[in-house]
Design a protein around this ligand. Structure first.
Ligand code: UD1
Length: 363
């Protein structure tokens, strides 16, 4: 093999997707290099998550940190290029749709290094979301598109992406969920966290729900109103700290710092329902069979609605839908195809086969 498999991670949601792939390749003795861009840097957003997932320590941390989109993306692009030149990876693997993902994919493709995109093909069709721009661009510069759900294949075909480059591999984030819940005592964790018996878990961090003062007020009002019905546990993402801080005073709202990954999964698994704007949480609740109200107008993960427990709900409808959910028996789901805890192995199969073909001069 010419060079290592070089993985690039940067933000919290990259880690549970990368961990199973790193593990599966390590078990096959494939040389690997893990590069962390430093987009996320708080312990709970990065280092403790890496430890909890049993990932190796990153070989290199670019220490990019926070900033406006152009600056953050540009700094990663600039910092990663010389690394790629130095290490000449056989392939660069990027995850999800964050700014680090776009920057790394762009740097690699311009150096004629193959790019594999894990979580390819998702589309919200909402171009105001930074993630939608990132995922479209990354898909179109990638050599290998590793797709979590069948609609991803449809989206990519509609955009003219060669189907031979697309592989339905399932969802590696569910590998991490299954492995983590398999090794912890979720009920004991909830007791340690002091969670009430019945509660709604809420997470809110999208710019659309947080950044503008008026929408932030609507978000706060909805959560405060829900808390008059049932306690709301609200682990607050760092970017939402200021916007959601006033909720501290709202009766029934239990504001928490961001939770460690195993603690968060235990809290999700025990919730009566979840209110969120996160992409990953829509998938995790579908896997767990916990009802999910997504406070957005679109989702790039429609399989969580067709197969899962997810509903898109406008702020004005949250209370009504939540009442329905709380009065119904637990949601039923049929797990989306290949969300079975073995996606990391399938991704490793595709990567190893692709590298072997390239080594034989087939690229
Ligand atoms: C990023 C991703 C988003 C993902 C989210 C998960 C992009 C465009 N967005 O959004 O898709 O859902 O991660 O968390 O890449 N901050 C800290 N500590 C940290 C990291 C961030 O305090 O460790 C604060 C800073 O104030 C920073 C803000 O959060 O300015 C936003 O961080 P950033 O990485 O730009 O975007 P996220 O909102 O985290």
């Amino acid at each position: 093999m010419t060079g290592p498999v070089l993985h690039v991670v940067g933000a919290r949601p990259n880690m549970p997707k990368a961990a199973p792939v790193l593990r599966a390749l390590a078990s096959r003795d494939v040389p690997q290099l893990l590069v962390h861009t430093g987009q996320h840097y708080d312990d709970v957003m990065s280092a403790s998550l890496i430890r909890d997932l049993g990932m190796p320590e990153p070989d290199i941390n670019l220490g990019i940190g926070s900033g406006p989109h152009g600056r953050q993306t540009g700094l990663v692009l600039q910092a990663i290029e010389p690394l790629l030149v130095e290490h000449q990876p056989a392939i660069v693997v990027v995850y999800g749709d964050v700014n680090s993902t776009l920057a790394a994919a762009l740097a690699a493709v311009k150096l004629h290094i193959a790019v594999a995109h894990v979580e390819a093909g998702l589309r919200s069709f909402d171009r105001t979301m930074p993630e939608e721009i990132n995922r479209r661009l990354v898909d179109h510069v990638s050599d290998l598109l590793l797709v979590t759900a069948p609609e991803g294949l449809v989206n990519l075909a509609a955009e003219g992406v060669d189907p031979a480059r697309c592989h339905l591999v399932g969802n590696p984030m569910i590998d991490s969920l299954v492995a983590t819940l398999g090794r912890i005592d979720a009920a004991a964790t909830r007791t340690r966290l002091g969670l009430p018996h019945d509660y709604v878990l809420a997470t809110m961090h999208r710019p659309a729900n947080i950044d503008d003062e008026q929408t932030a007020r609507t978000t706060r009002d909805v959560l405060a109103e829900v808390a008059t019905r049932i306690p709301v546990v609200l682990p607050v993402h760092p970017r939402s700290r200021v916007a959601l801080a006033h909720l501290d005073a709202a009766p029934g709202v239990l504001i928490r710092d961001p939770l460690d990954y195993p603690d968060f999964l235990a809290a999700l698994a025990g919730a009566r329902a979840v209110i969120t704007d996160s992409g990953g949480v829509q998938e995790e609740t579908t896997s767990l069979g916990v009802s999910c109200l997504t406070m957005r107008t679109t989702t790039e993960r429609p399989i969580t609605i067709t197969h899962g427990t997810n509903r898109l709900v406008a702020p004005a409808d949250v209370l009504r839908v939540l009442d329905e959910v709380l009065q119904s028996p637990p949601a039923t789901t049929s797990a989306p195809p290949l969300w079975d805890g073995r996606a990391g192995e399938r991704i490793a199969d595709v990567l190893v086969a692709t590298i072997a073909t390239a080594d034989r001069g087939g690229r």
